[in-house]
Write a protein that binds this ligand. Structure first.
Ligand code: GCW
Length: 692
């Protein structure tokens, strides 16, 4: 029937016609990001590229206040402010921006302009701001061939083939956008790293970017391939305990720093998903990380060593990182940070926090969040991710008793550690609007603001972003903010409610494929949902895999006990019969159906909300978002149909009457192929058609 009907002809025409339309004054391609309210006529970047000149230019071009703005690089250093903090001192005739460094002045300038655009300029008083994290890092999963792993916004921003000669304006625009948020580090290339990045030829290209970014306070890092000594160094081995290998890395580090004196250091994915690592030579994560750490140490560099490891033979992937890393707690050099994904599996719409945060007591650890929406509808779905990240940072690990949050562990506060960092996997590409979906810009924005101040609320960040990106009219801000704030929870509802996880189709992790098998058991959805005639869910209690035991008490008991396990994670930790009675008195089956339905209804409601605010938005952005909202609502139906009609083959229970009826059968849905290559977002017309 309708499965592959070409959809949305009407709306597509609207998009094409948008810029000729007369309904709204201006077209807007979204390129101006959150600077839109401020520089609708195009970005006026400073001609002189020093930090102070850039800050002065921003004030000259965009400050409309009556007061004069004074920059004050403090002669006597202020211990509170450190190298990046600033103080805004508001007075009747002047606003002073005080900082120890020029970078601090620049950050203060962007704060001042943000206040202007969001109505938060003070008449009088002082604001002091110091970043909570020292390293606020974007991770780009960009490849030399311009593809972006899990990128849904076009190709890589870095045009390696035309660097170092050709310098595109977006390089500087990118630096400015990051500086406006306080993001101060960028890892340019994919963690699945091509060794070519460390060749002299590529280092010259990297240097050009580093030079452009420097006045904006943005430092460059590189992901390295652990086997580089073999691939590009002509050595027979990459064994970290081999003298020649260590020497090769020492020399390579010296070479990099001679080209890029403020180079940040290395990010490493080792012995994970086929990447080489120290275990190839019978060595440990600590051996590998420390060898690299020693190479960059003389230059002030650091090593971010990822803990994203898992093993196809392991009975529970959620336990693997802890099993591999806890034995080396306390064995890492002081310029190594172990980089841990927020959850123990892989950026699912909801995971509990990774137990490794609580388990490593003598190791510096950082959190890795995913800004790109690999598992949350790519750049087709509107999902505001800050609530998901904050859920992790606010989680209490009980490492040193109550109050040991992931936030306080990773900011260094809990242990008084000087080195601290946070990373986000970028959602940026060369598409005109940077992120593929106009609302995905909010996630880049929110990551930056969170990295500066992890205590900011999701609501305040959304409020700021909306006012700068669209309008500060209350009739737009209120409904759109409410929509954004609900959107993550709602995606959980229509994709994987109640602790279900990894029920994706292997085709690009876009749509559902809960029935799929795989060459590797841990790449198959069945490994995670364990649906069968007896029920559904992963038993991670002490009678099951024992994963709950990796959490400190009282969490081990809380999660392990059916009475106390939060229902939003119940199928993450427990395997339950289909007719299990939930606290509400409903069966598990009915609750699953109703939760999906809530997600479906809310996603359909976004379309109405967007229609209601149409008059506030230019035609181009309104249309482009509208097309995607329609797809999102259809995808919600697709997810429910696929998951529940497949589960029905085991439960034999009916979809409750107060839920909408599935539009396809299991046979029809299991034949859907969306053929995504190169990690792109699928074309809308290859997705199953749905009636809304
Ligand atoms: O989320 C998974 C992705 C891989 C990614 C890997 C990782 C860069 O599916 O594409 O590889 O995680 O984080 O290393």
């Amino acid at each position: 029937m309708r499965l592959f009907k070409i959809l949305l002809l009407a709306s597509m025409t609207a998009v094409l016609a948008s810029c000729n339309g007369t309904a709204k004054p201006e077209c807007n391609d979204g390129h101006q990001l959150w600077f839109y309210s401020m520089d609708q006529d195009g970005m006026n970047l400073s001609e002189e590229k020093t930090t102070m000149a850039i800050a002065a230019n921003e004030v000259r071009e965009y400050w409309h206040g009556e007061q004069a703005v004074l920059f004050n690089v403090l002669e006597t250093k202020d211990d509170v402010l450190g190298p990046e903090g600033y103080r805004l001192v508001f007075g009747k005739d002047a606003v002073a921006v005080d900082a120890n460094t020029e970078t601090g002045i620049l950050y203060g300038t962007y704060d001042l302009l943000r206040r202007q655009e969001t109505g938060k300029v003070l008449k009088e008083g002082t604001v002091t701001e110091v970043p909570a994290y020292q390293y606020r890092v974007l991770n780009h999963w960009d490849n030399p061939d311009l593809t972006v792993e899990r990128g849904y916004a076009g190709q890589s921003l870095w045009k390696w083939e035309t660097l170092p000669e050709t310098v595109l304006p977006v390089y500087e625009e990118y630096a400015r956008a990051n500086a406006s948020l306080g993001i101060n580090c960028t890892v340019l290339n994919n963690v699945n790293a091509d060794p070519v990045i460390l060749t002299p030829e590529y280092l010259q290209k990297v240097k050009v970017l580093a030079d452009i970014f420097r006045p904006y306070g943005l430092k460059v890092f590189l992901s390295i391939n652990f086997a580089s000594p073999k691939h590009i160094g002509g050595l027979k081995t990459s064994d970290p305990l081999d003298k020649d290998v260590a020497e090769w890395w020492n020399k390579k580090a010296a070479e990099i720093y001679s080209v890029i004196p403020d180079f940040g250091g290395f990010l490493v994915k080792a012995n994970s998903e086929g990447q080489s690592g120290p275990q190839d030579y019978g060595r440990t994560h600590a051996d590998g990380a420390n060898m690299l750490a020693k190479a960059v140490k003389p230059f002030g560099g650091i090593v971010m060593w990822r803990a994203f490891v898992y093993d196809p033979q392991a009975p529970d992937r959620a336990m693997q990182a802890s099993l591999e890393f806890v034995p080396f707690d306390g064995k890492f050099d002081d310029n190594v940070i172990v980089q841990i994904k927020n959850g123990p599996i892989d950026f699912q719409p909801r995971e509990p926090f990774s137990p490794l945060f609580g388990q490593l007591e003598n190791t510096t650890v950082m959190a890795e969040m995913q800004i790109t929406q690999e598992y949350l509808g790519h750049s087709n779905h509107l999902v505001y991710l800050h609530p998901m990240w904050k859920e992790c940072l606010d989680a209490d690990t009980y490492q040193k008793g109550e109050g040991s949050t992931v936030r306080d562990i990773t900011t260094g506060k809990l242990h008084g550690r000087p080195l601290n960092a946070i990373a986000g996997v970028a959602n940026i590409g060369d598409s005109t609007n940077w992120c593929g979906h106009h609302f995905a810009q909010a996630n880049w924005y929110a990551f930056g603001r969170m990295a500066w101040d992890p205590e900011l609320s999701s609501e305040d960040i959304a409020d700021e972003w909306i006012k700068q990106t669209f309008t500060d009219d209350k009739d737009f801000v209120d409904p759109i903010k409410a929509l954004m704030l609900e959107s993550r929870e709602n995606t959980v509802r229509y994709e994987m409610p109640m602790g279900l996880h990894h029920t994706f189709s292997s085709e690009g992790h876009y749509g559902p494929g809960p029935w799929e098998g795989s060459i590797r058991p841990d790449w198959s959805p069945k490994y995670y949902h364990k649906a069968g005639p007896d029920g559904v869910g992963f038993d991670r209690t002490m009678n099951g895999s024992g994963n709950v035991g990796q959490y400190h008490e009282p969490l081990a008991s809380l999660y392990g006990n059916l009475e106390t396990c939060p229902e939003e994670l119940i199928l993450w930790f427990h395997h339950l019969p289909w007719d299990y009675k939930m606290k509400s008195g409903e069966t598990l089956w009915d609750t699953l159906c109703h939760t999906f339905q809530q997600g479906i209804d809310a996603a359909a409601g976004y379309i109405d909300t967007w229609a209601d605010v149409r008059k506030f938005v230019d035609e181009q952005r309104w249309n482009e978002v509208n097309v995607k909202l329609i797809r999102q609502a259809k995808d919600a139906l697709w997810w429910r149909d696929a998951t529940m009609v497949y589960f029905q083959t085991f439960s034999n229970m009916p979809i409750p009457e107060d839920c909408s009826a599935p539009q396809y059968t299991f046979e029809e849905l299991s034949k859907v192929r969306i053929n995504i290559t190169n990690y792109e977002t699928p074309d809308l017309d290859v997705l199953p058609e749905y009636e809304l």
